[in-house]
Design a protein around this ligand. Structure first.
Ligand SMILES: Nc1ncnc2c1ncn2[C@@H]1O[C@H](COP(=O)(O)OP(=O)(O)OP(=O)(O)O)[C@@H](O)[C@H]1O
Length: 697
């Protein structure tokens, strides 16, 4: 019988990191029992992704979740972070001994996804500061929040680049801070809010070996010294990286093969008949074992399930016993007292024995006894648990077999009404400042869009340069040029707004799920801050095109022209945002938008002399038809056109084609457009809210 010695989890010496942060959150012990996850397939059957997974993530520890590609690591991480949507979830999660409250848990934890979701136009410090402003209590003085951010910048070794723009990361070509720094900023955003648990999906992806090791070492430091519960998924870590791991969760084909101290993994697998050859590192060896899906994986998974069940029974028997000091606490004390020299740190031994299944695998005995710090140790730090561990229900994996199953399902990750620490007004203020900075700092938004408007203005100007007053040409060119002018303010703002919205969605998703603000605050801030910039684009385009084409040089006519065009631009912008809400893929959103364009531009009365009866309704709901009709009436009112032998035409308005003349005054055209604008803004608001609630954002 192999007995694993507790001394193997001796505290390691963390790298030297900067001075401590002032705030340490309550340690958080996460236990998961009988977790299963499956998704529906197109043929109506269910595809299982995780089977009956039972284990834990210790507080003040760095837990690595390893396994081959497709093993279910990211899925387990999302489940533990209460950030999974869709699919059928079973089992239960306990946090410090109590069933998890997903909404609360999300607020107090942070998730760092494989690709960092950061605002390219913010500096490192601004990114952290925005989180601090929105997440920390509004009553906390600004100086204190700034101090907290400065401390985190030091802690994460980001002081040197705190005023650098984060920049884009397009296919690995980063124009801003480096990949490792981006990852650290993402971790910092979690820390600034005192997250007690941090989940990182493949944090070392895309980093060179030094940066990867530095990051993992930093995480280890945060776990041990800052008392965070940290779990990360990882692929084939190097030996240097592995030295930082406290615990290991090993998955293969959705099944758990091991959950316990990293230092005891070798002994566990050796006892199970899978001794590590000397030339392989632990990580390499375990991943090799995972490859034997026919024999090793089913047997090890079964062993582990039996072990889990045995430990559950053990827990039930000992539930009346007083809690022992958690190894994490002991380890923390050891780190403090030995200044990282640590050897032979004291351990709390839960004296739990577990026995694997029958022999095999090389004939070695597979009876293994574990200390409390190893496989399935799930004790919470003293004082943070309401009582002893309850033994779990039998691990059946059946849907609904756990009392807490419902707790998984609701509320969804992007809960729009997640409680936030600040008032609506304050959120709008902070977000508006950020939107304004983004506009200002984004050359794509300003220079490219401005150039686009000017280009079209000059194109139309050059085509219809200085309209003449001859009856036929003067009439047709005015009607045609105004149609092109209106088209520009339909296509451009719509496309731009749609693309910008797609760019903002990932950040919106992350920040809403972190409970930084309400969606309504984002909506109001976005709408308010875009107004001055849209007005600027409208001024640029309208002024250039009006004078180049040579419409009536009357001040009031120009003001009416400007107002109608501006309304049209704002509605087109809203239409673009609306289409961005229809689908998660930008291409699909743009295609839907283009489907709207055609009827909007076709049924203005300019292109056809007769509108088929079944399309007649389009003119009544089309803002372009109202805007275009208003523009034409504005231009022809009081216009001086010359007929045969240069005789002035008495009433130029009578020349307006009947299909364009809608019988409304220009004021009424504008009022109808205003109504459409307000209506569409409301539709966009509720559409996004619906998308957030149903995970379509
Ligand atoms: N929504 C989904 N639809 C279909 N299959 C899914 C879905 N989510 C996960 N899967 C499948 O479940 C399995 C586990 O996925 P998961 O992303 O958790 O694996 P992983 O271990 O993190 O893999 P990797 O290391 O490659 O990221 C994979 O085979 C994946 O294809």
């Amino acid at each position: 019988m192999a007995t694993l010695d507790s001394g193997s989890s001796t505290p390691k010496t963390p790298r030297q990191h900067s001075p401590s942060l002032s705030v340490n959150p309550t340690p958080c012990e996460i236990e998961f029992r009988g977790v299963g996850f499956s998704i529906a397939t197109k043929d109506g059957s269910r595809l299982p992704i995780l089977y009956n997974v039972t284990g834990f993530c210790g507080s003040c520890r760095l837990t690595a979740c390893m396994g081959a590609s497709g093993a279910g690591k990211s899925t387990l991480l999302k489940i533990l972070a209460c950030n999974i949507s869709g699919g059928d979830l079973q089992g239960e999660i306990l946090v410090n001994g109590s069933l998890v409250n997903p909404k609360e848990f999300r607020k107090q934890s942070a998730v760092v996804w494989q690709s960092d979701v950061l605002l390219a136009t913010a500096t490192v410090k601004e990114a952290l500061m925005t989180s601090a402003l929105l997440k920390l209590p509004q009553s906390m003085p600004h100086a204190k929040k700034e101090e907290r951010v400065e401390q985190i910048l030091s802690e994460l070794e980001l002081q040197h680049c705190k005023h650098t723009l984060i920049g884009e990361d397009v296919d690995g070509a980063v124009s801003g801070i480096s990949g490792g720094e981006r990852r650290r900023v993402s971790v910092g955003i979690g820390l600034v809010t005192d997250a007690h648990s941090i989940f990182l999906d493949e944090p070392t992806t895309g980093l060179d070996s030094d940066s990867a090791e530095a990051l993992i070492s930093l995480l280890s430091h945060l776990a041990v010294v800052k008392r965070r519960t940290i779990m990360c998924t990882i692929h084939q870590p190097s030996s240097d990286i592995c030295e930082n791991f406290d615990n290991l969760i090993l998955l293969s084909c959705g099944r758990l093969l091991y959950c316990g101290a990293w230092s005891q993994a070798d002994a566990y697998f050796e006892a199970a008949g899978f001794a590590r050859p000397g030339y392989r590192s632990t990580a390499e060896h375990l991943l090799t074992v995972c490859k034997d899906k026919e024999h090793a994986v089913p047997r090890l998974a079964l062993d582990y399930e039996q072990l889990a069940a045995a430990r559950a029974l053990e827990g039930k028997r000992s539930s009346a016993a007083p809690l022992q000091a958690a190894p994490s606490e002991v380890r923390l004390q050891a780190v403090a007292s030995t200044s990282g020299q640590g050897s032979g740190a004291p351990r709390a031994d839960a004296a739990g024995g577990a026995h694997g299944g029958g022999g095999g695998g090389g004939g070695a005995s597979r009876h293994v006894s574990f200390t409390g710090d190893t496989v399935l140790h799930v004790r919470a730090p003293r004082g943070h648990m309401s009582g002893g561990l309850d033994a779990p229900e039998p691990v059946t994996g059946r849907k609904g077999s756990f009392a807490a199953a419902a707790a998984f399902v609701l509320p969804p990750p992007e809960e729009p009404d997640a409680e936030v620490a600040t008032s609506h007004f304050y959120q709008v203020k902070v977000l508006s400042a950020r939107f304004l900075r983004s506009w200002w700092r984004s050359p794509v938004n300003l220079v490219v869009q401005g150039a686009q408007y000017l280009f079209f203005a000059f194109l139309i100007g050059a085509t219809y340069w200085r309209l003449n007053s001859e009856l036929v040409a003067g009439t047709f060119d005015r009607v045609a040029s105004l149609w092109f002018v209106a088209s520009c303010l339909v296509l451009q703002p719509g496309n731009n707004a749609c693309s910008i919205m797609y760019g903002q969605k990932p950040l919106l998703r992350r920040e809403l799920s972190n409970g930084l603000y309400h969606y309504s605050s984002f909506f109001v801030a976005k709408s308010l801050t875009s107004l001055p910039f849209q007005a600027m684009f409208a001024a640029l385009f309208n002024t250039a095109v009006y004078f180049l084409v040579g419409y009536q040089m009357v001040a009031t006519k120009f003001v009416v022209f400007f107002a109608l065009m501006f309304l049209m631009l704002l509605i087109s912008e809203t239409l673009g945002i609306l289409c961005a809400g229809f689908h998660r893929t930008e291409l699909v959103g743009l295609i839907i938008l283009s489907v709207f364009y055609l009827p909007l531009l076709m049924f203005t009365g300019f292109i056809q002399t007769h509108t088929p009866v079944y399309f007649a309704w389009i003119k009544h709901v089309s803002y372009v038809a109202y805007g275009y009709s208003g523009l034409v009436k504005n231009e022809f009112g009081g216009l001086r056109l010359l007929g045969a032998r240069d005789v002035p035409v008495p009433n130029a308005s009578s020349l307006i084609p009947v299909n364009i003349e809608n019988g409304l005054s220009i004021t009424n055209d504008a009022l109808v457009m205003l109504g459409i604008l307000i209506g569409m803004r409301l539709i966009v608001y509720f559409q996004m809210l619906f998308a957030i609630r149903h995970h379509w954002l």
